[in-house]
Design a binder for this molecule. Structure first.
Ligand code: M6R
Length: 611
């Protein structure tokens, strides 16, 4: 939520900042702004996308060697020019950008208003900025000290970057709860919500921790805690190339990421799964294996698509490992005073590793003695760092707002985990274990085969693009895929969609069925197949339009469904990794057919760092 970029060095700052903002636009796209330091502050900002600002300021004086930029996902105040960041302080000497929410901003605003401050925007950011300036002036201190004092009074989450017109080449940054990466170059530094803005300049980065403050100059990076003690920056080497964050010839990141799945799933399995040898090597699991074997309970916390992966993991872990699993929405779990016993294992699943609800949920659980296991895609992210152990999904940067390749990566990791624990615990037969290893190893090839027939889903999408609603139904392992299919359709095409267990449909949703309602059945061959065939009949009897995702060789369902799409045969535990691919493609083609900007659907942001 909100992307922030900063640069200080010898290069022109504006092109670096604006290019960085384009890469971070997935984090929010309500407004864009930049502040440049060159003989005073120059601030340019505008409602809309980065390209709107870029166009609006052609020909202006953009020369500077120090600058910051922001792309906004609105929280306080509607998307508008005036609410866009950067904000400037009452004196005009300071400019600030912010990602996060200042929860006690009304109290601070009241105090400042009583002192005569007048606010031009509705944002919490402008309040914090003037609070900092007020401290600076009253305490006769420098900006760094004023920020430190101010942040001790602030509740909420933030990454802030500040420029001071009296301090020409310096950026002051601070973080709590929102991500901040600093790239270290030769005589220059880069700042970003993630490493994408700095990829072509440096691979050396420092991940700033909560309650740390950075004083960033071209030749100097000083890290301190809020107690003014210096901290040695820990430099990490990035393992990411520029090509990974470019579209690579595809029309949209979402399509590129869907088509990358044979290789991303392969990357996830590589070095871990060796079916011929009968081994799964996962250090994070191995280091904690006794905890898993002895666990009385596993609680999985996640949001959105990651929550759907969690739900499928519940089915798989309970089946294979015989450990009770509870799946929780992170946002509910963190507020509802859950019972957490010492030794409970909490698995947090998150693509970004920055989702605020998930992050705070595991912080609370950790305080209560739970062991935290993170399944995360973004290397070095907050959830990865706070976890006691974990496994990366290795799907590479996911830029499209709709999660696709990260989801199949999560499913691959969770399945490997379950198999490894089951094997060590002795709850799976040798034969079933070996079968499933080979099944898992074959997934990338099967996904590739599905993608070769993607055009069929385009035809189906064109047929149903006018639908107002859609129902997604699946049973057993395919139920979470029905939920995921419905979420994908909603966010990418704006068609209202509901996912249900196929049998539950009779208890209410069936009232929606008429000749206009498309009903997507995930009906691959599994132990529930006959039952789901009956559910299809029930929909057809009420004239609903059935789109069925079925297994190659199924000669029963094509005779009843209006449209079918085939996936290769697979064990029922593995099949969801295949049946989710047509769900992604159907949503993509529906979104395109309806003219939606599928990479940046309205109101959404990729990384939800506010509660
Ligand atoms: O980064 P996370 O996996 O923690 O994000 C969770 C959700 O915000 C995310 O999955 C969201 O639902 C996606 N837009 C789904 O496509």
């Amino acid at each position: 939520m909100c992307g922030i970029v900063g640069y200080t060095g010898t290069k022109e700052a504006y092109p670096i900042v604006i290019t960085g903002l384009k890469r971070l636009e997935y984090r929010g796209y309500d407004s864009t702004g930049v502040a440049l330091l060159n003989n005073g502050l120059k601030v340019y900002k505008k409602k809309g996308r980065v390209s709107d600002l870029e166009e609006a300021i052609i020909g202006m004086d953009l020369h500077a060697h120090t600058g910051i930029g922001h792309t906004r996902w609105a929280t306080h105040g509607e998307p508008s020019d005036v609410n866009a960041h950067p904000h400037t302080s009452a004196s005009g000497k300071l400019a600030m950008i912010h990602n996060g929410i200042i929860e006690n901003y009304t109290q601070l605003k009241k105090e400042l208003t009583n002192k005569g401050y007048v606010f031009t925007s509705e944002t919490d950011t402008e309040v914090l900025l003037n609070f900092i300036e007020d401290i600076k002036e009253n305490n006769q201190c420098d900006l760094e000290e004023a920020v430190r004092v101010a942040l001790k009074r602030v509740t909420g989450a933030y990454v802030i970057l500040l420029l001071d017109s009296e301090n020409p080449d310096t950026i002051i940054a601070a973080r709590k709860g929102s991500p901040l990466v600093i790239g270290v170059g030769k005589g220059e530094h880069f700042l970003g919500s993630d490493a994408s803005p700095m990829l072509e300049y440096t691979k050396e980065v420092v991940y700033v921790n909560d309650y740390e403050l950075a004083i960033v100059r071209p030749d100097e990076l000083i890290l301190k805690n809020l107690g003014n003690e210096k901290i040695t920056p820990f430099v990490t080497r990035l393992d990411m190339e520029l090509a990974a964050i470019e579209k690579g010839g595809y029309d949209h990141f979402m399509l590129k990421e869907i088509f990358e799945q044979p290789s991303t799933i392969h990357d996830c399995l590589r070095g871990r799964l060796d079916a011929a040898a009968g081994t799964i090597t996962m250090k994070g699991i191995q280091d904690n294996i006794q905890h898993f074997i002895n666990a009385n309970r596993i609680i999985i916390v996640a949001c959105g698509t990651s929550w759907h992966a969690a739900l499928l993991a519940e089915y798989i872990i309970e089946e294979l490992c015989r450990i009770p699993v509870e799946v929780e929405y992170a946002s509910e779990f963190r507020y509802r005073n859950p019972i957490i016993n010492k030794g409970d294992i909490i698995i947090a699943i998150s693509q970004s590793g920055e989702t605020a609800d998930t992050l705070v949920a595991i912080e609370r659980a950790k305080e209560n003695g739970a062991i935290i296991f993170g399944i995360v895609n973004v290397v070095g992210s907050s959830i990865a760092r706070i976890s006691n152990g974990g496994a990366y999904t290795h799907a590479g940067p996911e830029i499209g707002v709709a999660s696709t390749k990260a989801f199949t990566g999560q499913l691959a990791v969770l399945t490997m985990m379950a198999l490894k624990i089951a094997k060590e615990k002795g709850t799976i037969s040798d034969e079933r274990y070996t079968d499933l290893l080979f099944e898992l190893e074959a997934v990338p090839e099967k996904v590739d085969a599905i993608l070769k027939t993607a055009e069929q889903l385009k035809t189906i999408a064109l047929k149903y693009k006018g639908a107002a609603d859609a129902l997604y139904l699946g049973r057993g392992y395919n139920f979470p895929i029905a939920l995921e299919g419905a979420l994908k359709l909603k966010e990418i095409s704006y068609i209202h969609a509901e996912g249900y267990p196929a049998a539950e449909m009779k208890h209410g949703p069936i009232a929606l069925v008429d000749e206009n309602l498309p009903v997507v059945f995930i009906a691959t061959k599994d132990s529930y197949h006959e039952k789901i065939v009956s559910n299809i009949q029930e929909i057809k009897a009420r004239k609903g339009k059935v789109i069925a995702i079925i297994t190659e060789g199924d000669d029963l369902i094509p005779g009843m469904a209006d449209d079918v799409f085939y996936v290769p045969p697979a064990d029922e535990i593995i099949a969801p990794m295949l049946s989710t691919i047509p769900m992604q493609l159907l949503s993509y083609y529906m979104g395109i057919a309806r003219g939606v900007d599928v990479d940046k659907p309205r109101n959404l942001a990729k990384s939800v760092t506010v509660e």
